[in-house]
Ligand binder design. Structure first.
Ligand SMILES: [Zn+2]
Length: 623
């Protein structure tokens, strides 16, 4: 579905999606642009060979192997730096693939400079190769924007970004200021910080595969031809990387060459032999042969994952790189039951948003039947017509959730069109649903890769945060009563003797408590007044510790004062999730574990609190 007005292809500009013809944007001849790039890449490859002669092979190989693992680890654990780290990971892998062994060192001076030159050439080679592949397939064009030549994707490519016109608004200023990546998945950050675990793995694997694909359109693992093989690859890879990382940790290697197992061909056989307890020989050999023996062209990186250096003949098994590729492949594994998983994910998100509505002053139950207004059926045809409905005496919102990872623009537009038709029906038939027929209907479409701000009268939101803002403007917040006491909860604080670095769901340990309602954890107090307390906490998947506000009652405030709690104290505390989605959370009980003076001079017993202590010091330094 190209441009509705003129039928031309639309392009993804940083701030907006537009039709190039209607906007009078000059697209340069792709054939010429491809030729130019092919010429350039030849030059880069030649330079690479030349510079290769000036570097110390051993040092260059070692640096590339270690740095590649650092990049892979950052790509997995730091959502803010994912695009950047995967770019680096690709460059190091290209460098390792093309680095040639030579004995003579032509220059011993400025070794570091030559290595950085090789790395720069690798970065350029990967980027230009990707541009060529995209231009050849019309996934992208080179356009002339205000006198500058820019590489832009077209609507033939999946939507993998949110245009600036949508998120570059005041309400998105909550983004950490050090973000340099416009394609940041805002939703992901929200989810990770709202403790929404069930979807974490799906999200992570989709996001990694999305970024890898965007930066490198060649298949990274071309030997994976079906879902069975994808499954096999992910299972063996996870096993190796998890075991290896665990062993390295035990050996105390985690701060040095933590991400790599260095081995030789004899020990490699031992590793394979150990794996044969779990997997069969054919699969194990398939895995190693494809990742190890050179068999692919320059830009297919599969055979440079497990790699041997030609000077010491040591084989490096890169643990984080394998983990990264396993996550990227795992998403593919889901294809076996793709429909079901996709539906499941959509359902989890619908339920999440439905509960999220609790924080606002609207009704989410049917006026007559009292049924929850989620997955609402068509009053005449029976099939589902709306994902979520909420209302008050004047307004009724209909929310559609399309929780797709990387949709095509035209598919989203089809869904918007369908939603528009449903809204028309709902508006004209409010009484058939049992609603007051004079209600003002407001349609909201939620999708992480929102292409536009709105579609006719439909508001499009790319995040739950933004949805909250829209709902607040229409309905205002619900007044939630804080809790005074939950019988049997307070005593639990004394039951744990280990540091609680991450939150623990009490519903998982004690049957008498609801799941996802009461949590216990340790944190550092930053400040408090008689309404709220700001505590620094840590989560297993977040890239750093962060501060979070909890509501408190007057009673809790008095206790904080009485027990002399001050900024910097480490406390253990129990929180109650009042709205269901952590948008309103109360701190109900607490206990001081350490004074600030206890941890101020480093002691190994504070190892578990290292991240929150670092974050505390960081905030204090900034103040
Ligand atoms: Zn047009």
């Amino acid at each position: 579905m190209p441009c509705k007005k003129c039928g031309s292809i639309r392009i993804f500009l940083p701030h907006k999606i537009v039709c190039y013809k209607c906007e009078d944007i000059n697209i340069l001849d792709s054939k010429k642009e491809i030729l130019k790039r092919k010429f350039k890449i030849k030059q880069i490859e030649k330079d690479f060979l030349k510079i290769n002669g000036f570097v110390n092979y051993n040092t260059a190989f070692g640096s590339a192997i270690v740095n590649r693992e650092l990049a892979a680890r950052e790509a997995i654990y730091s959502v803010k730096r994912r695009t950047y780290s995967i770019k680096e990971w690709l460059a190091y892998t290209f460098l390792l693939k093309n680095l040639k062994y030579h004995k003579i060192i032509k220059s011993v001076k400025n070794v570091g400079i030559y290595f950085r030159k090789l790395l720069d050439l690798s970065r350029n080679a990967i980027e230009i190769n990707n541009e060529i592949v995209c231009l050849q397939n019309k996934l992208a064009f080179i356009v002339n924007l205000n006198g500058n030549k820019s590489f832009v994707f077209s609507e033939k490519e999946h939507l993998h970004y949110v245009p600036e016109e949508i998120f570059n608004e005041d309400e998105f200023r909550f983004r950490p200021h050090d973000i340099d990546d416009k394609e940041i998945n805002i939703e992901y950050m929200f989810m990770q910080e709202s403790l929404m675990y069930p979807m974490h793995d799906i999200y992570l694997s989709e996001d990694i595969s999305r970024v890898l694909k965007k930066l490198h359109h060649n298949r990274i693992l071309p030997f994976i031809k079906n879902t069975k093989q994808a499954n096999k690859f992910a299972q063996i890879g996870f096993e190796i990387s998890n075991q290896g990382l665990y062993t390295n940790k035990i050996l105390g290697k985690e701060y040095f060459d933590e991400g790599v197992i260095l081995t030789d061909s004899i020990s490699l056989e031992k590793i394979k032999y150990n794996l044969s307890n779990i997997f069969n020989h054919t699969d194990i050999n398939w895995f190693f042969n494809n990742l190890y023996y050179k068999k692919y062209g320059k830009y297919t990186l599969a055979d440079s994952i497990i790699i041997q250096d030609n000077e010491n003949l040591l084989i490096s098994i890169p643990l984080y790189s394998l983990l990264l590729l396993c996550y990227a492949t795992k998403k593919w594994v889901k294809d076996v039951t793709y429909g079901t998983i996709k539906n499941e994910k959509g359902k989890i998100m619908e339920e999440y948003i439905f509960i999220f509505l609790n924080a606002y002053n609207l009704i989410t139950k049917h006026p007559l039947s009292g049924k929850s207004l989620i997955r609402v059926p068509h009053p005449e045809k029976g099939q589902e017509i709306a994902d979520i409905i909420g209302y008050n005496s004047n307004n009724l919102v209909v929310i559609e959730c399309k929780f797709w990872n990387i949709p095509f623009l035209h598919k989203l537009e089809n869904e918007l069109q369908k939603f528009e038709n449903n809204i028309k029906y709902i508006t004209q038939n409010l009484s058939k649903f049992g609603f007051n027929k004079n209600l003002n209907v407001i349609p909201i479409f939620y999708t992480p890769y929102a292409p536009y701000k709105s579609w006719n009268n439909i508001v499009i939101v790319p995040s739950v945060f933004k949805l909250g803002k829209v709902l607040f403007d229409i309905f205002g917040s619900k007044e939630i009563k804080l809790i005074d006491e939950i019988p049997g909860l307070k005593q639990i604080i004394d039951m744990f003797s280990i540091p609680l670095r991450y939150p623990v769901d009490l519903g998982e340990i004690f049957k008498k408590f609801e799941m996802n309602k009461y949590w216990i954890q340790d944190g550092i107090v930053l400040k408090f007044d008689n309404e709220e307390i700001l505590v620094i906490i840590d989560l297993p998947y977040s890239s750093s510790a962060f501060g979070i506000y909890f509501d408190i009652t007057n009673k809790t405030y008095n206790e904080l004062e009485k027990k002399n709690i001050t900024s910097g104290d480490i406390i253990r505390f129990i929180t109650v999730n009042l709205s269901g989605t952590w948008s309103i959370t109360q701190m109900l009980y607490f206990q001081k574990i350490f004074n600030k003076t206890d941890w101020f001079f480093y002691d190994p017993k504070f190892e578990d609190y290292k991240r929150i202590i670092n974050f505390y010091n960081y905030i204090k330094r900034k103040q």
